[in-house]
Design a protein. Sequence first.
Length: 481
Amino acid sequence: MKIGGANRKWWTLAGACAGLFLLMLDSTVVALALPEIRHDVDASAEGLQWVMNGYLLTIAVLVVTAGRLGDMFGRKRVFLAGMGLFAIGSVVSGAAGDQEALIFGRVLQGAGAAPMLSLSLALVCNVFPGEEQARALGIWAAVSAVALAIGPLAGGLLIEVDWRVIFWMNLPVSILGIAITLAAAPESIDPGAGSRIDWPGLTALSSGLTAVVIALVQADAWSGKAVVVLAVVGLLTLAAFWAIEHRVRAPIVEFGLFRNGPYFGASAAAFALVGSYWAVMFFQPQYLQDVRGHSPILSGLMILPVTVPMIFVSPFSGRLIGRFGARRLMTAGMTCGLIGLLVLTRLQADSSYLLLLVGYLLFGIALGLVYAPMSTAAMAAMPADKAGIAAGVLAMDRVLAGAVALAATGAVFHALLGDDHSFAASVAGSTWVAVALAALGTALTWAYVRDPGQAGPDPALAGEPKPAELQHHMHHRRFHL
């Protein structure tokens, strides 16, 4: 059955939002389920990290290539394939009897999430004319924000029933989204996309990142020599990736983008803040449930201050940018996040919730303050012909931040735990990794970010601001964690 007429665009929006809702919900509910997962499938500490890292790493490696495949072979076709693969991964994860099967399911989910993340917005923009795009993108962004904000509460409720429900619930939503998109969304391609895929770069990127992350995650479980060798191999492979990207016609990452100061500063802020977010969401639910003995639903309620502020702060981001400028607003937000993380380094086994609330709330305010101006600052100085690749690399940067920061934080956590520190003390000590990351991100934000309209330090890459439609398009990418 095909859906036509005036309602077709709204049904297309509904199908795209179904995929987006799943991705945003997943960013919190799985983290809340980790204590239950560990007990049920007898997962190791390293295995729990791979439940998160396998998912994030797969998205990071594939998100730009998935978008390019959509431009070449059809955005609707690739988006539907991604949603189908995400559903299959959810089934595998929900049925997993051991940590290896669960990790495999999460990798499948990540491979499906990459095209969903990169193409959902393209499907919406393709069916709405310019004068209606603002309304459609507002709905698209609102769905994303609501899913992210309610994730801890929804996750807590579902985990109280059974942690496997958080994966099984993806199946009916995926089927509904596939059916709606199949019936309503028109196919679209980019005639100028060409037919080249950077397979050498993709191979080098995936193998190099995987080696580095494995070395970090397994640092406490493997011999020091094996870890060092693997880390060196990974870094050398990433160096080869850098060389490859300077020689291919259609690179996954155009490193020249980072010569643009505002783009570099916004990317640094994104890496620091999102990386810290994943570290917080990985360890804090385990502390609340395993150390403090709280139920999943109470833990979800207690951690809501990390996500809820985005709903209340982000709608006013345009006015705030206009009044204070992107640079000041982002720096203030990054400073809030830094202070919030410093508060969490004071964590002890008997810490009061007031301490946690202050840390969580400051970090949540940081997420609300930074995301909208981050996209604006990153894209406003880009010439129009660089907007696509710049947006893709920024999305990749955010997801990659989670994989790398979580692996590094976990390595410190396991080292402290192995030195007879308590779980709470190890969590507090490992939070200093996020503190260092946030401090560096704050400094780079102030040093490099400029308000839209101000010239960047590299005139060769600075351009006139994008058309209003594209500016608005990028503005609403802010919720993609």
